[in-house]
Structures are given as C-alpha cells and as structure tokens.
Design a protein around this ligand. Structure first.
Ligand code: DGY
Length: 426
C-alpha cells in the first residue's frame, strides 16, 4: 500500500518535470519563472536522472553553454522571449549572444555533477559528460574567489540578494537600508500577477533590487569592479557552504578522472573556506550568521542560511549544535526547516524567504546531517518534506505552521527533490 502511494507521488513529480521541460533545459514553473534558472536547473538534474540520465547531463550542459568568458555562470538564461517575467533581458542588457542576467546564484553545480556521476548507471556516458563539465565548473569556482573575495579572506560575498537565492531574507534588511532608490526607472512587476503579493517581496525591496541592477549595468557588468562598487556586500554562510561543498565534490570527481590540477585547486579552496567559516559562528544562536562585509560585522539574524553549512564539512561540534537548533525549532513549527527562526519578531510564515519552508534547502540540510551521523534529525526533515507534498502538492514553498502551499505552483525543483527524497528513502 505504502509503496503504491510512493510510486504514485513519484509519477506525479515526474509529470511536473515533464510539463516544465523545454527540451534541453527546464523552467522552474510556468508564468512566474519562464526561463532557465541556475541553481534550479542543477538541482532539477538530480530528479531528472532518476528516469533519464542523458537528459540530466544536458540540463547542466545547457546552463554552462551560457557561462561568461570571465567564468561567471549567470543566474538566468533567457532562452526565449516571454514577457510574463520582469526584469527581462531589456532591463539587464548584458550584451551576451543569448541574453542572460548579470549576476550569479549558489554554486550547486559541482555537487550536482558529482552526485550524477556517482549514481550513474551509464558510467561511460557519465565520465564523458563530467569530464567536459569539470574545467567549466572549476572556472566558475575560480571566478568566485577572484571576484567576490578580492582580499583573499576565503569567503565570497554576494552583491545582490537574488544571488543568494534567498531573495528577501531578513538577513538583508539592515544592509538594504544603505541601498538607495533614487533614479530607479519606472517598472511594472509581473511576479505579483502569478503569485499572491502577500507571499512575495515588497515594493521597497524590489526598488532596491532594481537600483543594484542599474548600478551594475552602468558599470558595464565588469566583474572586476562590481564587488567593491556595491553598497551591498554580504558573506552568506549558506551560499559559502554550498560553494565549499561543490569545490570539495569537484576535487574528488577531478581526482577520480585524473585531473589533478583541478583537484588540487578545489581542495585548497575548500580548506581555506572551511577555516574562514569559523568567523561566522554564533554561540548565542547555535548557528552561523551572515557577515556584512561593508560594515565588518555579523548580522544578528538567525536564518536558514546559517543552518545550511551542515551541507559542507564544518567541524563536528558545529554540526551537533545546529542539529540541536533544528530540534528546538521543530518544537515550534509543524513543518521544518523554516527559512527563519520563529522566535524572531520579524519572522513571517508566508512571505517568500522570511519564514516559509523550501524543499531544496531541506534536501541539502538533510544530506549534510545524514552524512555526519545525525540521522534522526535528517529523517525528521525528510518526513516533513514528504508530508508537505502529500498535503499541499508541488508548491514553490510552504507555511511552516499550517503547511499551506505558497508562491508558484507545479514547481520543478520541488518535484525533483520529492523524487530524491522518496527514492533515497527506499
Ligand atoms: C525573482 O525574480 O523572484 C527571482 O528570484 C530572481 O532570481
């Protein structure tokens, strides 16, 4: 009986992936996000691989076909014309052969490619495809440390909230006060046509997203200049942990494929990043915090960004402390892991990254906890994720108190994660 229900859920998830499949890339969801998004695609590939390995490799290859000459992999590739999304190519004006945005996103590709390779049934195909992607992913990692860690501190900064993927996190509120809004060109949002405005970022936040975009555009999207020129420079522990995990995974994969130079470079990036991460630890919160690089101080905001580092090889006592923090949170939320601590008065159960649960984040946290022996907490996170699907379908994100589906519907990476959770539970 149980396995029948599981099979049915997997079949429904595959249906969502197929619906959003555009041949060689997958859109996150119709209407709200009609192009290819960077970290969505890399995580989606993991779900695709369960029924079509070749197609999974293609998903990531299509993204890297639009890598910039300097090594950056943009956060959106605008493969087609579609005016259901704002800001489109006419706003970014990045001057690329295929239009792309001008900023990046969490570097999950290294992790995803290693996982595809390790699990591949077709080893020959996997070795060929992984070998071709290796130098590209390595170039992206090099780009990060050269351009977003210009003083060689070991951790990279994001210069726009959209880079973190956690667009309107409470973590950015104070730094956002320093981002002006004068001179923002008039605009009409489209996201609020597809999703409930009460679940989306506010106009005050959008004004600042656009100010930053215009500011970078005026600097010709020259990555050598953007970091220092940005009033918003945040070292996000979750973003760094994903990059560190990807550098470590890429190093292992490169070693397996005999690419020792790539292996060594990535191993030393991971090592430096892990020791620098200590600077972000908060005993008071039992998790990591963001660092406002422009101000040189930690941001007192306990978000899931500071829990995500369990995805990388942080010290065991830190993992144990975070596992305990998640258990504390689980005492208050019906579904875990919320994107912000419920004790914070700024917590908002429904608004995008200010409280809701996201299955991709759950996947990475559960993966790290399980790998370090915290199987019970990991299992609890997996259960919460599967319960959310059963009760509320393949939503973009969920209310951690009620389980209500929020944001976009029929969401690709949610479906991909469900396949991952259910297949690995067996
Ligand atoms: C959006 O437009 O909401 C996206 O998250 C930006 O990547």
């Amino acid at each position: 009986m149980i396995s029948l229900a599981v099979n049915e859920t997997i079949a429904r998830a595959v249906e969502v992936l197929r619906e959003n499949d555009h041949g060689d890339y997958t859109i996150p969801t119709k209407g709200l996000y009609p192009f290819q998004w960077n970290w969505d695609s890399c995580l989606t590939a993991l779900g695709l691989a369960h029924y079509d390995e070749a197609r999974a490799w293609t998903e990531i290859e299509t993204l890297f076909a639009h890598q910039w000459p300097d090594g950056m992999v943009p956060h959106i590739v605008f493969h087609v014309l579609n005016d259901s999304y704002f800001p489109g190519p006419e706003v970014w004006r990045t001057n690329r052969p295929t239009a792309t945005s001008g900023i990046t996103q969490p570097a999950v590709a290294g992790f995803a490619v290693r996982r595809l390779f390790d699990r591949a049934k077709d080893k020959k195909l996997a070795a060929e495809r992984a070998r071709a992607l290796l130098p590209k992913i390595d170039a992206w990692h090099r780009w990060f440390y050269e351009n977003r860690d210009p003083r060689g501190e070991g951790l990279v900064a994001i210069i726009h909230p959209w880079e973190s993927g956690r667009d309107n996190s409470i973590d950015w509120d104070d730094a956002f006060e320093r981002v002006p809004t004068e001179g923002v060109e008039p605009y009409t949002r489209r996201d609020t046509l597809h999703a409930n405005p009460a679940h989306r970022p506010t106009k005050a936040q959008y004004d600042r997203y656009l100010w930053l975009l215009q500011h970078f555009r005026a600097l010709g999207w020259d990555n050598a200049k953007l970091h220092d020129a940005s009033p918003f420079q945040i070292v996000d522990p979750g973003f760094n942990a994903i990059l560190i995990r990807s550098t470590a995974d890429l190093a292992d994969l490169a070693e397996t494929l005999g690419e020792m130079e790539i292996a060594d470079a990535n191993r030393s990036r991971a090592k430096k990043g892990l020791s620098a991460m200590e600077r972000l630890w908060s005993d008071a919160h039992g998790q990591y915090l963001c660092l406002d690089r422009a101000m040189g101080k930690l941001i007192d905001s306990a978000s899931v960004g500071g829990i995500l580092p369990v995805f990388s090889a942080i010290p065991k006592p830190r993992i144990a402390a975070i596992a305990a923090t998640i258990e504390r949170i689980a005492g208050k939320a019906r579904y875990i892991v919320p994107s912000h601590d419920l004790d914070d008065p700024r917590f908002d159960a429904k608004r995008y990254w200010r409280g809701p649960v996201w299955l991709v984040v759950n996947y990475m946290i559960a993966d790290g906890l399980a790998a370090s022996g915290h199987t019970q907490v990991a299992h609890r996170i997996t259960r919460s994720s599967v319960d959310l699907i059963a009760e509320s379908g393949f939503a973009e994100y969920y209310d951690p108190l009620s389980g209500e589906p929020l944001g976009g519907g029929r969401f690709t990476w949610t479906a991909a994660m469900v396949i991952e959770f259910l297949k690995s539970e067996r």
